[in-house]
Design a protein. Structure first.
Length: 180
């Protein structure tokens, strides 16, 4: 039998396409208006948490990140900074795999804290990669001061995304919507 069921593949496809399309349409506008890199973090982490909760299999959030990256390059060919989020989604997947997917998304305060911590760490990593490799030094120095502050702003977006993702999955659970 296949590792991912058709429902798993549907969840992965929906999450990654939602992340990529909203990121393509809204994130550049938000960045131009505010110079805050939090919207993509919020979108990405929410998509990763929903997928992790629904699928509960290692590799699922990595595929979300890879598909979202592919779509991102199709929609915005020059947006190489998205590679930071690709690495973040792989980190997210590895961390939840090491912590056991079911333990990380099953509910309760412990799993909420785990999801928030993993989300914050993954988006900090994304911000650090983007700040070092893709952000113009003038923007980094003049607006943020240094790469760690820029990564910290990404982490704040990841925590906001974790709050959104956790709220969504707990709301689905309270309404008896359960994966599989």
């Amino acid at each position: 039998m296949a590792y991912f069921t058709t429902r798993d593949l549907a969840a992965i496809s929906l999450s990654s396409s939602l992340w990529a399309v909203i990121n393509w349409l809204v994130s550049p506008i938000f960045w131009s208006m505010t110079r805050l890199p939090v919207l993509c973090d919020m979108l990405g982490v929410s998509a990763l948490i929903i997928t992790a909760w629904w699928v509960r299999k290692p590799g699922s959030t990595t595929f979300v990140g890879l598909i979202a990256t592919l779509l991102n390059f199709i929609l915005r060919p020059g947006a190489n900074q998205f590679l930071g989020f690709t690495v973040a989604s792989i980190f997210f997947d590895v961390a939840l795999s090491l912590l056991k997917y079911d333990n990380s998304v099953e509910g309760g305060m412990k799993s909420n804290i785990v999801l928030a911590a993993v989300s914050a760490t993954a988006t900090f990593l994304a911000g650090y990669i983007i700040g070092n490799l893709f952000l113009a030094p003038q923007v980094l120095d003049n607006v943020y001061g240094n790469v760690f502050f820029f990564a910290g702003v990404h982490m704040a977006g990841g925590l906001a995304g974790a709050l959104i993702g956790i709220t969504l999955i707990r709301g689905l659970e309270s309404r008896k919507v359960v994966p599989q």
